[in-house]
Design a protein around this ligand. Sequence first.
Ligand code: MG
Length: 218
Amino acid sequence: MPKYKLVCFDVDGILIDNLKFSWQVFHDYFQTDRHRREDSKKKFLSGEITYLQWADHDINLWKEKNAKKGDFFRAISHLKLMEGAIETLNELKRKGLKLAVISGSLNIILEKFIPNYNEFFDDVFISRIYFDEDGCISRVEATEFDMDAKALALKKIAEREKLSLKECVFVGDYLNDLKIIQEAGLGIAFNCEHDELKKAADVVIGKKDLREILKFIL
Ligand SMILES: [Mg+2]
């Protein structure tokens, strides 16, 4: 039986290549107002507004631009799946591990690049945008589990599955993954440019092929 029972993945920069922040990609595509964007980010970072208020604010900027479903998919056409991603998910599944996504990214990204993602992942913590028949944004469910709260999502799954955090793995690349990488039994910094995260991780992988994580987990 493998030592680890649950593997959780970040999305931007981990399952998906050429990508740091999916939200930024959409802001760039829809050419939203940089000042309003930075203002809301500042307010979030200073604690003036919550993460959900920040997300709502930024999604409203897209709504103002009359962003349609097709536009969202066009905006991410230059991205690609991380090398070895599907093989890695298949192999972990085959070995009987539970898989999850814990990400501040958007459902649109997973839908485009891993349309059958529900077959791989037992839990998907991510922000979701829904569209009506005309392709307009009809509903938004921003995740409560980004930044330090990613660790709470990990604890939620572990508790339900009766696992200790020692049996859990997290794979991430950015500073919002710091807390969860510290909490997971095996924290893997993958495709990561941040020394603080690399230092906190148990394993650092520079080669951009997700299969590289397998030897540390299985
Ligand atoms: Mg990331």
